[in-house]
Design a protein around this ligand. Structure first.
Ligand code: AQP
Length: 335
């Protein structure tokens, strides 16, 4: 079992990244190790270039995200932690796979359509080609499982299609088709200002997300101001089905406390948000405060974070080299 996943350094990490991805990765780390498997987590800095980002911001975010991952419990001794750029095999394999992937396949990718919007002609080629780089990220290590959110499932399916076509075109069994690892415990966290869109780094409104670097007052204030309705909570989570803001806050409460949403609703049944929001704020401060404090301690120590990323990149590069070489040889390249 080899598990790999990444995070783009496009801004502040938020509660959605934490509950939907990093917390799940931390939880899996021990299980994967016990099963004799390997977990690899990387900062997807090459993916971060697909939409404009100031170079200084990209650079600073890379350190901050590495610190956030370590502070959240990704242990660089148990998992391989690195940034994508330092393993050039990602870019090299991506180019080779560009010749296997079909334009028609990429044209069907909904994330490109969402991100490019009406400005399709003005979008970068990188944004269009993003799923092929993602396929390379995963196929390079013969990963067996990839933890993905709903929005990345289509990209993983494409990676499987690319692997199958490569194997078929060249008559080999070289590229491993990875399976999605969709954790039932991984919630999709929505914006605090508009529960119709997901909590995201790129939302211009800072009030829409809880950043992992937010101080206790900011966390409490953002939950206090989160959009809700005036109704009290019902008896079951199902009873909130037409109240997306209420569902979102209950989902966050449940994920932070490792309880089920039904359990949380049962405790607060009949109470309004006047009492639920302060309880949620207290819980979030208790859970996120220690992570933030560790991040604040680690982030400025760039040499220490850099040393961890370099060591991870060396380990990842050693795992990547044989597969890349076999792909090159299979395709007839003189290496
Ligand atoms: N709101 C969310 N709820 C649950 N999971 C989330 N993830 C992101 N947002 C939520 C998960 O975090 C991991 C890393 O995501 P990413 O940074 O690579 O890209 P993203 O999904 O595009 O994240 P953002 O915050 O929305 O970034 P921008 O705004 O730059 O596009 C993934 O596993 C993702 O599912």
């Amino acid at each position: 079992m080899r598990v790999i996943s990444g995070i783009k350094p496009t801004g502040n990490l938020h509660l959605g990244n934490y509950l939907g991805a990093i917390k799940q990765w931390v939880g899996m780390q021990a299980q994967i190790e016990a099963a004799g498997g390997e977990s690899m987590y990387f900062i997807a800095d090459l993916h971060g270039l697909t939409e404009w980002i100031e170079p200084q911001a990209l650079h600073a975010n890379t350190f901050e995200i590495a610190a956030a991952m370590i502070a959240s419990g990704i242990d660089p001794k148990r998992s391989i932690l690195f940034n994508q750029t330092r393993v050039p095999a990602h870019s090299e394999l991506s180019w080779l796979l560009n010749n296997v992937a079909r334009v028609g396949w990429l044209n069907r990718m909904t994330q490109f359509k969402d991100k490019a919007g009406k400005n399709r002609e003005g979008a970068s080629v990188g944004l269009y080609d993003y799923p092929v780089l993602m396929a390379a990220d995963v196929l390079l290590y013969s990963a067996t499982h990839v933890p993905v959110g709903e929005d990345q499932k289509q990209h993983l399916e494409l990676a499987r299609d690319i692997a199958a076509k490569f194997n078929q075109d060249y008559g080999v069994e070289l590229l491993v088709q990875p399976a999605p690892l969709v954790s039932k415990a991984a919630p999709r966290i929505m914006s605090l200002r508009d529960a119709g869109s997901k909590m995201s780094k790129s939302n211009p409104s800072d009030a829409a997300r809880i950043n992992l670097v937010d101080d206790d007052d900011a966390i409490a204030q953002k939950f206090r101001k989160a959009k809700t309705d005036p109704e009290p909570l019902g008896e079951t989570f199902e009873s909130l089905k037409d109240r997306p803001e209420a569902r979102n806050l209950v989902t966050i409460f449940a994920a932070l406390s490792d309880r089920t949403p039904d359990d949380v609703v049962a405790e607060y049944a009949g109470q309004g948000f006047g009492s639920f929001k302060p309880a949620l704020a207290d819980l979030a401060v208790a859970k996120l405060g220690p992570i933030r404090d560790e991040m604040v301690r680690l982030t400025p120590d760039r040499p220490a974070v850099d040393a961890i990323l370099r060591e991870g990149a060396d380990r990842a590069a050693a795992l990547a080299a044989p597969l890349l070489r076999r792909v090159q040889e299979t395709m007839g390249l003189l290496v």
